[in-house]
Design a protein around this ligand. Structure first.
Ligand SMILES: Nc1nc2c(ncn2[C@@H]2O[C@H](COP(=O)(O)OP(=O)(O)OP(=O)(O)O)[C@@H](O)[C@H]2O)c(=O)[nH]1
Length: 199
């Protein structure tokens, strides 16, 4: 596994959802294997890239403790537009930092590993103008990927036209699909209370 600490690519932890299936709770704060899920994903991202930004719309004091000075709510026009709204804000901030791309991961996949995230970065380096998304056991995971800042305009237009679907957006920007060296369990979302049972 290689790490990328130059700032050419920054991390983006998506933690801005409504958590409807979790009874309205902020999933990032919920415990998985003894730690808040957001902290686990943040650590995996931080192993590979720096800095890591957090996209969040509530619990801002909590998220500021994880990433001081790097917590960004969705832009007002896009609040509650789903994960792509968080990606939009992350890309805007990444561009401001002079980065070329963001490595994104959602807070509700607490078992994602640095090895997978690193594989995405390595694949992006081969074709840095194209987004890269993860595939595992035949299933595509477009919220685990690398998105270059060059997709900012397309993403902005996509959201402005009312589109929210992440998979469709990844297809529309011709994302490269990368087979990740990981069992599907690493990509398991924890969306509902029963998904957290026993942990
Ligand atoms: N910034 C931002 N992130 C979001 C938004 N909606 C979802 N996310 C994040 O995107 C990832 C996938 O979210 P979903 O499970 O599709 O949506 P959710 O709102 O978290 O949960 P549900 O309401 O149960 O669908 C999670 O990491 C969320 O925190 C949003 O409007 N803004």
């Amino acid at each position: 596994m290689t790490t990328e600490k130059s700032g050419e690519i920054v991390g983006l932890l998506l933690a801005g959802g409504k958590g409807t299936r979790m009874g309205g709770q902020d999933k990032g704060l919920l415990t998985w294997k003894g730690e808040p899920m957001a902290e686990r994903v943040y650590r995996a991202l931080s192993t590979v890239v720096s800095p890591v930004l957090i996209s969040a719309n509530r619990s801002l004091v909590f998220y500021e403790k994880i990433a001081p000075g790097h917590v960004y709510p969705d832009t007002p026009d896009n609040t509650h537009n789903g994960p792509l709204a968080g990606l939009l804000r992350g890309l805007i901030e990444a561009e401001g930092l002079g980065a070329q791309a963001v490595l994104v991961s959602p807070c509700d996949t607490p078992d994602i590993t640095p090895a997978t995230l690193s594989a995405l970065v390595e694949a992006w380096k081969i074709q840095p103008l194209r987004p890269v998304v993860a595939e595992c056991e035949g299933r595509i995971h477009p919220l685990h990927g690398v998105y270059p800042v060059s997709v900012l305009i397309q993403l902005s237009e996509w959201l402005a036209s009312g589109n929210r679907r992440v998979m469709k957006f990844a297809e529309s920007v011709n994302a490269v699909v990368v087979d990740c060296p990981e069992a599907e369990a690493a990509f398991q979302n924890r969306n509902r209370p029963e998904d957290l049972a026993g942990k």
